[in-house]
Ligand binder design. Structure first.
Ligand code: GDP
Ligand code: MN
Length: 398
């Protein structure tokens, strides 16, 4: 789960991480009050969307050369003007895709004077099986470009989960950023506080770009992006409270209500599968035969008929879906339950696209009989290969 920058800074502030003072607003009428409260003389008006690249982004319909989604403002009037120009508009950045994202919230911050910009992120590193810091002196810019053009400027500092964060990790971060003296001390404290925040809040990603050194010699997090581990959200009601459903895919929200592991994708073939591994294999084989999957969906091991119906409804509600592939290996899951769920769903929502069903495993004969007896226009398939070829052919023929 992702949150907005201003919310991320709120979380980090609780852990003693240095961030600027700021006020989030939802309406341009709140801009002047926010500017007065912060006092100036420089403010930054920042679009709050779940995507980066806002500074270099542009608003749809704006004149060429118009300012982006992060604007340094020199007076309260300018803050108000910028708020009016940004709220309700659609911001397009390298991360939003061409459709862009509507800006419904702004964060107004006191402006910082920047002496140097760094990059600092933390992630769960599969290579070392722990949390790692990734830092670079090349902050404020596109880190992917730095990774591509000058990978030696990016330093990875893994933390052994058995020891947790130690002073030497903080010193390594400071050294990688070229800091010494009082600033190195700040970097060490910052590293320890960020690590604590990361672990205690079950983050999966934390990215500060840029981390800056201000003109007065203070380290400060000027931007913050946090992603949380969805499987740990049950123990963080405060984080769940930060959820902005307008930033999420409506189908994914509906799926999460039914405890379905669903991820929306861009293709045309809706998939209903049990087991994450089989679901991944199904996506792969659809691509192998030349089509693109519309979603990842794992209905789980012990799905009920209701859950299957809900899953089927979510798939058919997607206007991009031109065909559906149901691929079930009945182990714990029984094929007749899936068959009944599919029939019930088709009766409720109708079926306007080709449907291929491949069943194998427990109660497979009952399952096939239920589908045959339903009188529905279902294309049966014998194995994964056969199923993928049949649904691709059906979609291409349509
Ligand atoms: P992003 O473009 O979505 O990554 O948004 P950022 O929060 O990183 O802001 C983009 C850029 O705006 C930063 O890299 C900074 O160069 C600049 N910026 C952000 N806050 C301030 C500030 O307080 N003072 C100044 N001078 N520049 C800022
Ligand atoms: Mn940034």
């Amino acid at each position: 789960m992702n949150i907005h920058e201003y919310q991320a800074k709120g979380v980090l502030r609780e852990f003693g991480v240095p961030v600027s003072r700021g006020v989030a607003i939802f309406d341009a009428s709140e801009a002047e009050g926010a500017a007065r409260e912060l006092g100036g003389p420089v403010w930054v008006v920042k679009s709050q969307i779940h995507a980066g690249g806002r500074g270099k982004g542009s608003f749809q319909g704006a004149a060429p050369g118009a300012k982006g989604g992060v604007r340094v403002s020199k007076s309260a009037e300018e803050v108000v003007q910028n708020a009016r120009e940004m709220l309700g508009q659609t911001l397009v950045t390298v991360q939003t895709g061409p459709a862009g994202k509507q800006v419904n919230r702004l964060y107004i911050e006191e402006g910082a004077q920047i002496a140097a910009e760094f990059y600092l992120s933390m992630l769960v590193d599969r290579a070392t099986g722990g949390v790692a810091f990734v830092v670079s002196t090349e902050g404020g810019m596109d880190i992917e470009a730095v990774a591509h053009d000058s990978p030696e400027k990016i330093h990875t500092i893994p933390v052994d989960p058995a020891t947790g964060i130690q002073p030497h990790h903080g010193r390594a971060v400071a050294r990688a950023l070229g800091l010494s003296g009082a600033q190195a001390k700040q970097a060490e404290a910052l590293s320890a506080n960020l690590y604590r925040a990361f672990v205690e809040k079950d983050m999966s990603l934390l990215e500060i770009n840029p981390l800056v050194l201000t003109a007065t010699g203070e380290l400060k997090c000027l931007d913050a992006k946090i992603a949380f581990d969805g499987n740990a959200l049950y123990r963080h009601p405060d984080i769940v409270g930060l959820r902005d459903e307008t930033e999420e895919d409506a189908k994914e929200i509906e799926a999460s209500k039914h405890d379905l592991a669903y991820i929306a994708l861009d293709g045309t073939i809706g998939c209903m599968v049990n087991g994450a591994g089989l679901a991944m294999a199904t996506l792969d084989i659809i691509k192998l035969y030349g089509e693109e999957p519309a979603n990842f969906l794992d209905v789980g091991g012990g799905a009920s008929e209701e859950k299957v119906t809900a899953a089927f409804q979510i798939i058919t509600a997607d206007p991009n879906v031109k065909g559906i592939l149901v691929n079930i290996f009945g182990g714990i899951m029984k094929c007749d339950v899936i068959a009944r769920g599919v029939i019930a769903a088709v009766k409720t929502v109708g079926l306007s696209v080709p449907l291929v069903v491949r069943l194998e495993g427990t109660n497979v004969e009952e399952g096939k009989a239920i589908i045959r007896g339903s009188g529905l226009n279902v294309i049966p398939a014998d194995d994964l290969d056969d199923a993928a070829q049949k649904i691709v052919a059906a979609v291409k023929g349509a």
